[in-house]
Ligand binder design. Structure first.
Ligand code: ADP
Ligand code: MG
Length: 242
């Protein structure tokens, strides 16, 4: 069954229509990469999926369940979705392990001992067990993003949403984060990723989607969309990057 289905979604802020007739399906284990100019609606799409924004029209289903239904339990939906944003979204006053266990304990009612055990397992997974007691500012930007990824993984989400997770990093720190995402993909994690890293998109994406002014203009395997785009707008966008 399709894991995530976005159907005819429309989202506007005032008179600014940010997503229009937007439809996208993501299958279990699939890695879908969203590309497009700044302002094309990529972050808004992820925020609608994570219920940080409400859609004006259309339906989003996760595992067949309509999550745009106003009666939905938002916390429960979010527990099934791991989210990582651009950067600097760890709580600076909390240790690494407390950053990871905060939501499981406070929001999802997991017992502290169990949350800690799961959190340590996730730190092990991202190779940062020895940093459990450190504060975020004692870590490099790349390590901080790996902690943010560990935090997003702690509820064993069915879907990961990643929004420009390397764009605030120094160039030499980008690789360790992309390597981790590549590993998650190989482990079968379903991911919806916004990125400007076209090399990464080419390697990990099962499908690349090009957004243009809130519409899904073209999508397909990376070799098609990135190397032989059908649409002039896609060609124009890609040529500006190189
Ligand atoms: P992208 O991630 O592709 O750069 P965004 O989804 O962030 O694009 O933004 C798309 C458009 O929506 C932009 O015009 C932006 O100014 C607008 N927008 C995004 N969030 C808000 C908001 N909370 N309030 C008003 N306008 C917003
Ligand atoms: Mg964005």
């Amino acid at each position: 069954m399709t894991l995530l289905s976005v159907r005819d979604v429309r989202k506007s802020f005032g008179s600014n229509v940010v997503l229009e007739s937007f439809s996208l399906d993501v299958e279990p284990g699939e890695c879908v990469v969203l590309i497009g100019a700044s302002g094309s609606g990529k972050s808004t799409l992820l925020r609608c999926v994570n219920l940080l924004e409400t859609v004006d029209d259309g339906v989003i289903t996760l595992n067949g369940k309509d999550i745009t239904d106003p009666r939905v339990n938002v916390d429960r939906v979010r527990a099934g979705i791991g989210v990582v944003f651009q950067a600097y979204n760890l709580f600076p006053h909390l240790s690494v392990i407390d950053n990871i266990t905060l939501a499981p304990i406070r929001v999802h009612g997991v017992r502290p001992a169990e949350a800690r055990q799961r959190g340590m397992a996730m730190l092990e997974r991202v190779g940062l067990v020895e940093k459990a007691s450190a504060k975020p500012d004692e870590l490099s930007g790349g390590q901080q993003q790996r902690v943010a990824i560990a935090r997003a993984l702690v509820n064993s989400p069915a879907l990961m949403l990643l929004d420009e997770v390397t764009s605030a990093l120094d160039p030499e720190l980008v690789g360790e984060v992309l390597d981790l995402l590549r590993e998650l993909k190989d482990e079968g994690m379903t991911m919806l990723i916004c990125t400007h890293e076209m090399g990464f998109a080419r390697q990990v994406a099962d499908r690349v989607c090009f957004l243009d002014a809130g519409r899904l203009l073209e999508s397909g395997p990376p070799a098609q969309v990135l190397d032989a785009p059908r649409e002039a707008r896609t060609r124009q966008f890609l040529s500006r990057l190189s």
